[in-house]
Design a binder for this molecule. Structure first.
Ligand code: ADP
Length: 622
């Protein structure tokens, strides 16, 4: 229930639409009741034999349906009901039979028309609330995702997260309509019809509702079971989405290793297990309405028999009233049946809601401290002091007592064997992770004490994977910079050696990256992302050189672009290119989380037994 209330919190901003919907619901229930209530005079008009034409007598004959409610309702209500019913009958039953019939028909049509208009409006406004609040829930979850640390995305499978924001939100959505449609409209309908039924015969009504507690118990039990299965089924859907996401993005590897059959089988296993789970849940979910319906039918039979006795034997009930009563009682059946599924749906959606709130409840590990300072410029040096780090999942130090400084204007190259900790080290600078020991200082200020946004604004980051978005080249280069002047974008592209090939594309800078058939090579992608970094014009450049081999011409163009990017900047580069290490002010050799050598290329190469020398021979020398 707590989860459900939390879901309802997202409905709050839509209280106006919700109120309109509720008003329409009330009107719907009233006209729905009226349309049934009208059948009593209709039946009387049609079937009453030997009726005189005088209104006066007719009113007496057409004994008001509320007349025998005195035993359960307060006096004033009874009187009010009687008056209402008398004037209603006066109006309907005056004149001759055909006249009354026409009037009743007209009223029936009007009542049905109004009922349906209000039903339509109610559904529309409710959908507005439902869709609107789910949009907000999705947005909130998405926004929160962006605040979560990198480590979160390493732990969670991407498909799982996608599934929560898509599939689980859909499941939650169904509970909102379940909540409002069923918790407001159905009870109202039930109240109206029970009101009518009671006004005709309270004894018969009481009899009809004796069975209710039994069905309620059964329903509650089913709801609990459903919640358990529902959690499992949503998790299964997340698994399926994960497999999809992983194999689609890794389609090249799947093909290269001929793993289509294997992946197909894996996928089939998951969908089959989803299918089984779904069937189980359908069995449970659908068992509640047949059970309640069967119970209702038993009651129905008893009522018909008892009511028949009242009509035929004791003559305390009129045939037309009994028909009206039966109609009213049968009208309460669908809403009761519907209500019996509300609990189920709320349980299912609470399970899905829990999975979404799990995202929302994950604390952003990296956030501004209170009174975080501003940091607008980088003037002096970036310093690493006794820095150590390990990932959450293990205590092994990935970085161990790292000490070095990068002064403004320097190019510092990180080299060393794979797994040495280079990427981890550069990830700590923009606070993708926080150090577990020691400090990183910008101009002497601990990076933990400044605004994360300010810190990141100082730096440009080019990663190995060149991430381009499904947008125009122009917008890809100006990512994060709205309405940037085109000439500046072109200038950046020229510096990055990207201008020429962009101009050869079908729409130049307006060419959309994700479009089918658009061929952009690895080297071209790299140059676009370099142009992106150049345009941001950061004071501090963090660069993870791509290891992928490029053809000679592309290599040359990329190299030139990198060199231009580093001019007049401070750079930290995970170096894979010979030219980069030759240009570096200082090279830091990192192995197993420790700095084992520092110096310029010339200095380091002289130490013949040093790791750098071996490494250089292996990696960089042709
Ligand atoms: P390099 O960039 O020098 O190749 P990395 O910084 O990528 O080295 O990796 C250093 C070590 O940290 C490796 O042993 C790697 O397995 C481990 N590592 C990297 N990322 C994570 C992570 N998200 N969780 C746990 N361990 C990690």
């Amino acid at each position: 229930m707590k989860t459900y209330l939390r879901i309802l919190n997202f409905v709050k901003p839509y209280w106006k639409h919700l109120s309109i919907s509720i008003v329409c619901t009330i009107m719907f229930a009233v006209f729905n009741g009226l349309s049934i209530y009208l059948t009593i005079p209709l039946l009387e008009t049609l079937f009453q034999e030997g009726q005189t034409q005088s209104v006066q007598t007719k009113v007496q004959i057409t004994q008001s349906p509320v007349a025998n409610t005195t035993s359960v309702l307060p006096d004033w209500i009874t009187k009010f009901g009687q008056n209402l019913s008398n004037s209603f009958n006066n109006f309907v039953l005056q004149g001759d039979k055909l006249d009354s019939l026409l009037r009743v028909c007209f009223l029936v049509v009007a009542a049905f028309l109004l009922k349906n208009i209000f039903g339509y409006l109610q559904a529309y406004f409710l959908s507005y609330v439902e869709e609107g609040s789910m949009k907000d829930l999705r947005n909130a979850a998405y926004k929160h995702l962006h605040q979560l640390p990198m480590s979160y995305f390493k732990q969670e499978r991407v498909g799982n997260l996608i599934s929560r924001i898509t599939n689980d939100v859909n499941v939650v959505q169904s509970s909102i309509s379940a909540g409002f449609l069923n918790l407001i409209r159905e009870p109202l309908t039930i109240i109206v019809f029970i009101g009518i039924a009671v006004s005709i015969s309270w004894k018969l009504t009481l009899l009809a509702f004796i069975v209710l507690p039994f069905s309620m118990l059964i329903i509650a039990g089913i709801g609990l079971k459903l919640r358990k299965h529902s959690t499992a089924i949503q998790a299964k859907m997340a698994d399926i989405t994960s497999i999809l996401q992983e194999t689609i993005s890794g389609v090249k590897i799947v093909k290269a290793f001929g793993m289509e059959g294997y992946e197909n089988n894996k996928f089939k296993r998951e969908t089959y297990s989803y299918f089984r789970m779904m069937l189980r849940i359908v069995r449970i979910r659908n068992s509640s309405s047949p059970i309640t319906e069967f119970l209702s039918v038993i009651v129905g039979a008893v009522i018909i028999y008892y009511g028949g006795v009242l009509v035929l034997q004791s003559h305390t009930l009129k045939a037309a009233e009994f028909m009206g009563f039966l109609l009213a009682i049968f009208q309460t059946m669908p809403p009761i049946k519907e209500l019996s599924t509300v609990n189920n749906r709320i349980q299912e959606s609470s399970a899905a809601g829990d999975r979404i709130f799990e995202i929302l409840d994950t604390e952003p590990a990296i956030k501004d401290i209170d009174n975080a300072g501003e940091l607008k410029t980088f003037t002096n040096a970036l310093a690493f002091k006794h820095l150590s780090f390990h990932y959450d999942d293990s205590d092994d130090l990935i970085l161990d007592d790292i000490n070095f400084e990068v002064r403004k204007g320097e190019i510092v190259a990180l080299v060393g064997p794979s797994g040495g900790g280079k990427s981890t080290l550069v990830d700590l600078i923009p606070r993708f992770y926080d150090p577990t020991g020691g400090q990183i200082l910008v101009d002497g200020i601990d990076t933990k004490k400044v605004k994360v946004q300010d810190l990141r604004a100082l730096m440009g980051i080019v990663t190995q994977e060149t991430i381009l978005f499904n947008e125009s080249i122009k917008n890809n280069i100006a990512y994060g910079l709205d309405n940037y002047p085109v000439d500046k974008i072109i200038e950046a592209a020229k510096t990055a050696n990207a201008h020429n090939f962009i101009m050869e594309l079908p729409d130049g800078y307006e060419t959309v990256i994700g479009e089918r058939g658009l061929k952009i090579s690895g080297g071209q992608r790299q140059r676009i992302s370099i142009a992106r970094a150049i345009l941001k014009n950061p004071q501090l450049m963090i660069f993870d050189e791509a290891t992928s081999a490029l053809d000679n011409e592309s290599e040359l163009l990329v190299q030139e672009a990198i060199e231009r990017m580093m001019i007049n900047r401070t750079s930290i580069v995970i170096a894979h290119r010979l030219s980069t290490i030759r240009n570096a002010t200082r090279i830091i050799v990192l192995d197993k989380g420790k700095i084992i050598q520092t110096g310029t290329h010339e200095e380091l190469i002289r130490d013949e037994n040093g790791l750098y020398n071996k490494f250089y021979e292996m990696q960089f020398r042709d």
